[in-house]
Design a protein around this ligand. Structure first.
Ligand code: SAH
Length: 197
C-alpha cells in the first residue's frame, strides 16, 4: 500500500502542475492593476511550499517512515482507497475552476488590467472552488499518505492560508467590483453551495 500511495500522490501533484501550467504562463504576460502581495501573503506561500518539500522527502526517501500510521493492513487499504478517491475529486474541481476562471487566475492576491468577474461555471455555486479543492486534497492526503508527518502536512500548509487569505481576497474583489461582487456573495457560499438562492 505504501509504495502505490506514494506513486499516486506524485501523479496527483503532476496532474495539478499540468492543469495549472498554461494559466501560469499567460498570467506572466498580463499587466496588473492592483497587487496585494504583503509579507503575510509571502509567508503563507512560503509555508505551503515548505510543507510540500517535506512531503517530497516522505515520497522519495524512507526518512520519515518511523512516523507511519500503525493500523491493521485492511484498515490502511480502505482508508487509502478513500484518500485516493478524494484526491481524484480534488483534481477534478481544480481543473473545472481553472477552466472557468481562465485568465483571471493568479497564485496571489492581484487584479489584472483585463480582469473580469467570473460568476459562471463552478463559480455560480461557490466563490472559492480552488480552495475547496485544496480542502478535499488535504483530507485526501491525510488518508493516502499514511504517516503522522506527511499525512497532515497538506492541512498544516493550507489551513492558515485559507483563513487568512479568503477575507482579504474578498475585500479586494469588493473594492474592485463593488455591488456586482456583493450580489455574487449573496448568491454563493465560500466553499459550500448555498441551499437557498
Ligand atoms: N478564490 C478563488 C480564486 C483563486 S485564484 C478560488 O478559490 O477559486 C486568486 C485570484 O483569483 C485573486 O487574486 C483574484 O484576482 C481572482 N478571483 C477570485 N475570485 C474571482 C472571481 N469570481 N472572478 C474573477 N477573478 C477572481
Amino acid at each position: 500500500m505504501k509504495r502505490p500511495s506514494k506513486v499516486l500522490y506524485l501523479v496527483a501533484i503532476l496532474a495539478e502542475i499540468v492543469i495549472r501550467a498554461p494559466y501560469n504562463r499567460q498570467r506572466k504576460q498580463q499587466e496588473m492593476r492592483d497587487q496585494r502581495v504583503s509579507g503575510l501573503e509571502r509567508g503563507l506561500l512560503g509555508l505551503l511550499f515548505g510543507t510540500f518539500l517535506i512531503s517530497m522527502v516522505y515520497v522519495f526517501s524512507s526518512r520519515l517512515d518511523r512516523a507511519d500510521y500503525r493500523w491493521p493492513e485492511q484498515t490502511k487499504q480502505r482508508v487509502g482507497g478513500l484518500g485516493a478517491v478524494l484526491m481524484g475529486i480534488a483534481i477534478w474541481i481544480f481543473w473545472r475552476a481553472h477552466r472557468d476562471l481562465g485568465q483571471n487566475w493568479s497564485p496571489t492576491l492581484e487584479i489584472a488590467e483585463r480582469q473580469t468577474l467570473v460568476t459562471r461555471g463552478i463559480y455560480q455555486y461557490i466563490r472559492h472552488p480552488m480552495y475547496a479543492s485544496q480542502w478535499v486534497w488535504s483530507v485526501g492526503q491525510m488518508l493516502l499518505l499514511q504517516n503522522w508527518i506527511a499525512g497532515p502536512l497538506g492541512l498544516l500548509g493550507f489551513v492558515p492560508m485559507y483563513f487568512l487569505r479568503v477575507p482579504r481576497e474578498e475585500q479586494m474583489m469588493l473594492e474592485h467590483f463593488g455591488d456586482e461582487y456583493r450580489d455574487y456573495m449573496a448568491q454563493t457560499g465560500r466553499i459550500f453551495p448555498r441551499l437557498r438562492r
